[in-house]
Design a protein around this ligand. Sequence first.
Ligand code: CDP
Ligand code: MG
Length: 137
Amino acid sequence: MERTLSIIKPDAVKKNVIGEIISRFEKNGLRIAAMKKIWMTKEEAKGFYIVHKERPFYDDLTDFMSEGPIVVMVLEGKGAIAKNREIMGATNPANAAPGTIRKDFAENIERNAVHGSDAPETAAFEIAYFFSALELL
Ligand code: CDP
Ligand code: MG
């Protein structure tokens, strides 16, 4: 049993495909342990993506992530981190496999519909960034 953080990004929320995306997690055996819709400030987005602070796309990415509401979720299941990454598809939708969320809903390498933690350490940091112990049933 493992937990990972998932975000439905502002582009996908605007497209009204929250339900379609969530159903893909459920159909692949992941459970939603916690979930909420929030709107991050620029500063909150910068804190979330602090690992990317030296990258050239950091400023654009954090503008994008704070331009509208997002849905943040904790997904749980066996191998949840890797399974979520598989369901999401490659960062650039042009390289994403058929049937993945990014292939079907992403616009480009930045506006790519979903986020997923990439390792146990990042999952722990990212879950704690949005959810308190009391919110994690
Ligand atoms: O989200 P993922 O782990 O697949 O990719 P990342 O390399 O950790 O990058 C985080 C996010 O930054 C991506 O999901 C994109 O939204 C954005 N990004 C970008 O705008 N331009 C790039 N060249 C790479 C990533
Ligand atoms: Mg990443």
